[in-house]
Design a protein around this ligand. Structure first.
Ligand code: NUP
Length: 221
């Protein structure tokens, strides 16, 4: 995944044509497209290969099962053409290892959720977020998912993992986070969904957020 705009589109629409149109329209301003349950359940796994024409695809299935089931899920995800998969870390090292093993067989990447961006993410996950981040680094994950709604947490996690892992960060716009703040805190990419796909012009919305990232937190860059 090449770092240009530092932005990933979360494409949580449920219509195939709309998904393809938005992906094409914004492809100039995003480095990857994240697809998850809403789009895949509505249109089928084949949407991954269709979208991969426009950008690398991150499959956000938050895989959270026993090692064998995780392996079977990841095989399907990579066979479908995804470039990376998002998995949960709270299921433990053996479950994560299974995902990383499959990813390396396919030459693909694993992102591990260390802490979620919504208010409830502070209830159970946040207290173990740093432990999960350390485990992900030791296991050889490619990156972490950390909350754009709490840039101070992104900073803390970046300090723990150093430059070893990439950080992708959801929670910009609709959930209250500001893209340039999160990049300044140490995220490599922000993930943006509703602020783009619900805009009158997704292309203009993506262009504006990309410009805001480029300008930096105080508009100084
Ligand atoms: O902690 C997380 N928070 C989060 O919002 C982990 C995620 N994977 N996400 C996903 O990021 C969420 O499921 C959605 O696809 C996207 C954020 O979308 P939006 O709030 O920008 O619309």
């Amino acid at each position: 995944m090449e770092k240009k705009s530092c932005m990933i589109l979360a494409l949580d629409v449920s219509d195939r044509e709309e998904a393809l149109k938005i992906a094409e329209d914004v492809s100039e301003f995003v480095d990857a497209v994240k697809v998850g349950y809403p789009l895949v359940l509505a249109t089928g796994l084949g949407i991954i290969r269709e979208l991969s024409e426009f950008a690398p695809i991150i499959a956000d299935f938050k895989v959270a099962d026993i090692p064998n089931t995780n392996r079977l899920i990841c095989e399907q995800v990579f066979e479908a053409g995804a470039d990376a998969v998002i998995v949960q870390g709270f299921t433990g090292r053996d479950s994560l290892d299974a995902c990383i093993e499959v990813a390396s067989e396919y030459g693909k990447d694993v992102f591990v959720v260390s802490e979620m961006s919504h208010p409830g993410g502070a209830e159970f996950l946040q207290p173990v977020g740093e432990t999960i981040a350390r485990m992900a680094a030791q296991a050889g994950a490619f990156g972490l998912v950390a909350p754009a709604t709490r840039p101070e947490r992104v900073k803390a996690i970046r300090e723990i993992i150093g430059d070893k892992l990439t950080i992708i960060s959801p929670g910009v716009g609709a959930q209250g986070g500001k893209a340039s703040d999160v990049i300044a805190a140490g995220a490599d990419w922000v993930i943006v969904g509703r602020s783009i796909y619900r805009a009158d012009s997704p292309r203009e919305a993506a262009r504006e957020i990309a410009a805001e990232i480029e300008a930096g937190p105080n508009g100084e860059n």
